[in-house]
Design a protein around this ligand. Structure first.
Ligand code: ATP
Ligand code: MG
Length: 395
């Protein structure tokens, strides 16, 4: 094993005092995600190192690329910090590469190493020029930039730096409740919320028999996609049929969606508190539909004091779709099974609902006891990131 993955922490947090907590959380998240592979993981104050078996490199990188909190990493040769040793290895590495121009950059974080960085870069450059024909140094735009990082015991030699997913390590910023429909926007919102280090529970409202089991399975498949970025997600499936039927029986058609969403928010807040979530997240996007005008959002939001995070609020649909494709939820989201919001769409939903009218209309049925019942009958599924089941298996 002479190569390691070296993770650079970058700006893990803006608060200095939190850094240790962020690094330790990242460390245990990485350890957990790689638990089935043959790896050794170490950390110091500025780097994390993963030793791996060569034949498992691709698999390890596939997992690393899905872990939030990793901003930059390299795959480096690791050798003892000894002058002759380093020279020999650098030359051997350069001989395996094809290039016309190169540059050597040495970083000496261990000042006990006898040669200053610039001098050592020059010595290494000279050695390469002497031993490889037809090449030259280009300090501005080299084909190959070879980095030599000399640390206390070991030296790390690498060429390419890779970007990780960025964000904060999962679990460093508490937990939120994501309102997850089968659509395109809410899984993207879930991904973006997870990216900030927030763990998630998900809540899904279903109205069987108006919505199908396939629609629920679609939401399970989407939850599974999101679980890849954390470990497991509790998905709360709320039976919403009785409330939805009452709304369509008792309320003026144009206000049905507004009232329905107020009911969803009420239930979401209750289940969020019950499951120790401090925020609600959802896929609302300003102006997308009648219930997402600013007035609608204000009237709907009025039922809760809990902060509501809307990560895609200011994105265009096409921008949301781009992310959905990148995180592989798009193909699931566009499956044609109807959601409870799409089953009963009024012809002319109100665009500027009045709060006083909502409050008036809601007096027409005993929604409080229906909400209690829906919460009591909520079914919680634990969705893990296991790889053995594809979404076709759950559909
Ligand atoms: P998406 O927004 O996920 O693409 P959509 O556009 O069909 O689906 P909207 O009617 O725009 O959904 O609803 C806005 C948001 O409300 C959704 O993004 C989601 O967060 C939440 N929501 C809607 N329907 C449900 C549902 N059945 N269960 C849970 N949350 C829902
Ligand atoms: Mg939407």
């Amino acid at each position: 094993m002479d190569r390691v993955i070296m993770i650079k922490y970058g700006e893990l947090t803006t608060k200095k005092g939190n850094r240790k907590f962020f690094v330790n959380t990242l460390y245990s998240n990485i350890k957990n995600k790689l638990k089935n592979l043959n790896v050794n993981i170490h950390k110091d104050i500025s780097r994390m190192y993963i030793e791996f078996n060569d034949q498992e490199l691709e698999e390890v990188l596939g997992i690393i690329n899905n872990i939030f909190g990793i901003h930059e990493y390299v795959v480096a040769y690791k050798i003892a910090s000894d002058v002759e040793n380093i020279k020999e290895k650098v030359l051997a590495i350069m001989k395996t590469l094809s290039f016309k121009t190169f540059k050597i950059e040495t970083k000496r974080s261990d000042k006990r190493f006898p040669i200053p960085s610039l001098d050592f870069s020059r010595q290494l450059g000279g050695l390469i020029l002497k031993n490889i024909d037809g090449i030259k140094v280009d300090v501005h735009n080299p084909d190959i930039l070879l980095n030599v990082e000399i640390r206390e015991y070991y030296t790390y030699i690498y060429t390419n730096e890779y970007c990780g997913l960025g964000g904060y390590p999962n679990g460093t910023l508490g937990k939120g409740m994501l309102m997850l429909s089968g659509g395109i926007d809410s899984p993207v919102s879930g991904y973006l919320t997870l990216k900030r280090g927030v763990r998630l529970d998900c809540i899904y409202f279903e109205a069987i028999p108006h919505t199908s089991i396939e629609a629920r399975n679609k939401v399970i498949a989407l939850t599974k996609k999101l679980a890849q970025y954390t470990d497991s997600i509790n998905l709360h499936v709320v039976p919403f049929t009785e409330i939805q039927e009452a709304i369509y029986r008792e309320i003026e058609e144009d206000y049905c969606i507004t009232i329905m969403r107020r009911m969803m928010y009420r239930i979401t807040e209750r289940l969020a508190k019950k499951n120790k979530c401090t925020i609600i997240a959802n896929g609302e996007s300003i102006g997308q539909v009648a219930s997402q005008t600013l007035t609608s959002m204000a009237v709907i939001n009025e039922v809760t004091n809990m902060p509501v995070i809307r990560p895609v609020a200011c994105l265009d649909k096409l921008e949301i779709i781009d992310i959905a494709k990148k995180i592989d939820t798009y193909d699931i989201s566009i499956l044609p099974f109807e959601d409870c919001c799409t089953v009963f769409v009024p012809k002319h939903p109100v665009i500027n609902p009045r709060l006083d009218l909502c409050i008036e209309y809601e007096k027409r049925f005993d929604y409080a006891s229906m909400i209690d019942k829906a919460i009591n009958e909520t079914n919680t599924l634990v969705i893990t990131d296991e790889k053995d089941k594809t979404f076709e298996d759950v559909l």
